[in-house]
Design a protein. Structure first.
Length: 121
């Protein structure tokens, strides 16, 4: 629910939600390619991306695409594919939890703003 009112915190939470969505998309792509010979799982460093996003938000810079790279340390099957359904399932659950938390925080922030607007009534 965007009220057209932005705060520093709401901008930061929006960037957090964008990153959680990006993480879920990467996980979904990995899962979709579980049977693709030679496919290598991709991912991102959520914490590093979040730090960069917060720095950008503080400087008023637009969001930028995330850095995506191959995931190291995974065991490849004989066909060269290294996607682990167990790992991806855990990653998806984590991304969903991050997103749900971000939505709750954004709702709280908008409620705080609305309470401040209506405080004089």
């Amino acid at each position: 629910m965007n009220l057209g009112i932005e705060t520093r915190l709401s901008d930061q939470i929006t960037r957090y939600l964008d990153l959680a969505t990006d993480e879920a998309k990467l996980t979904a792509a990995n899962m979709a390619n579980i049977d693709t010979p030679g496919y290598k799982a991709v991912g991102m460093d959520f914490e590093a991306e979040m730090r960069d996003a917060m720095t950008g938000a503080d400087q008023g810079l637009p969001s930028r695409p995330v850095h995506v790279g191959a995931v190291d340390g995974l065991i490849a099957r004989p066909d060269g594919n290294n996607v682990s359904l167990d790992r991806e399932g855990l990653n998806l659950a984590e991304a969903q939890l991050k997103f749900k938390t971000g939505v709750a925080l954004l709702h709280q922030e908008y409620q705080r703003v609305m309470d401040a607007i209506h405080a004089d009534k």
